[in-house]
Ligand binder design. Structure first.
Ligand SMILES: N[C@@H](CCC(=O)N[C@@H](CSC=O)C(=O)NCC(=O)O)C(=O)O
Length: 281
């Protein structure tokens, strides 16, 4: 039985921006997530877009900064935005912003002390959708996933690893190959250990190259003035991998945009349209 508790409710573009808390069995702690319910959800089941946020974020960053609710209300899309890691005094942490709480990297950790709670992959792929589909009027199986930076990595990975589970995927400034950049090397060493062969299961570039079945089209937006572009993101690696295996990719580069939510807010409508098209019907 769900212990779903509503923490916030705000009228927003004819619908509701809510925040909920529940006990997560995958993570072994309380978790918050935001849900935007468009006005159409009062009348009929709607499709769901899951949003995965980046380093240092909670469920609040996307719902307060991306400005996604206006278009979602027009399209009749439910938006679900979970926190980015397990939380709490009993949960392992690190003082750095890029490890521990706020930096779950959407993996199932295998290494102590992280393995006790850090199972964000299972949470995002299995537990949260099951909860959403039981608690809200959603169209079964009609799911999309999107994200930003660490969350862009998460969105690409969960979609590429689960053919048929998502109808659409998109990302803003994603970490496309965490196995090969400092943020990912640090997190994966801690969460997954030193055997790099285990890292490929969470690396979008590796997954694109390995895929044999479904080739879900990818939409990626990248700012050219992104302070993390050359060190952590490398969209060209995804472009090369997609070209090599014929994986459909729309990569859009935007002069002058940096890494932050001003960039996300500038192009979020395009992403919502992309998902709504795939989720229609
Ligand atoms: N200097 C920041 C670094 C954290 C940061 O930039 N986080 C980004 C995502 S980066 C990759 O996942 C973010 O989304 N921040 C939240 C926001 O509202 O902008 C720090 O020290 O925290």
């Amino acid at each position: 039985m769900s212990d779903l508790q509503r923490l916030e409710r705000h009228a927003c573009f004819g619908g509701w921006q809510d925040v909920y808390r529940h006990h997560s069995a995958s993570l072994g702690c309380a978790m918050n997530f935001g849900v935007y319910l468009p006005p159409q959800a009062r009348q009929r089941p709607c499709s769901v877009l899951y949003w995965l946020s980046g380093l240092g974020c909670t469920e609040q960053n996307f719902i307060t900064k991306a400005g996604a609710q206006r278009r979602a209300s027009e399209l009749g899309l439910i938006l679900v935005a979970p926190d980015t890691s397990p939380r709490g005094a009993a949960v392992a942490d690190d003082p750095a912003y890029d490890l521990g709480q706020g930096a779950g990297f959407y993996v199932n950790a295998t290494q102590a002390p992280w393995s006790a709670h850090y199972r964000m992959y299972d949470y995002v792929v299995e537990e949260l959708p099951a909860l959403i589909e039981a608690a809200f009027a959603v169209r079964p199986g009609l799911r999309g996933v999107a994200g930003h930076s660490m969350g862009g990595h998460g969105a690409l990975v969960v979609a590429l690893r689960n053919p048929g589970r998502y109808r659409s995927v998109s990302a803003f400034a994603p970490i496309v190959a965490p196995s090969r950049v400092p943020w990912g090397e640090k997190a994966f060493s801690a969460y997954l250990g030193s055997d790099r062969t285990t890292w490929a299961a969470y690396d979008a570039v590796a997954l694109v190259q390995q895929a044999t079945g479904e080739r879900l089209p990818l939409l990626v937006d990248q700012g050219e003035a992104d302070e993390f572009l050359g060190r952590e993101l490398h969209p060209e690696w995804l472009q090369q991998a997609c070209a090599l295996v014929g994986h459909p990719l729309t990569l859009r580069r935007h002069a002058e945009y940096d890494h932050g939510y001003y960039f996300v807010a500038s192009f979020i409508d395009d992403h919502l349209d992309w998902h709504a098209r795939a989720l229609a019907g």
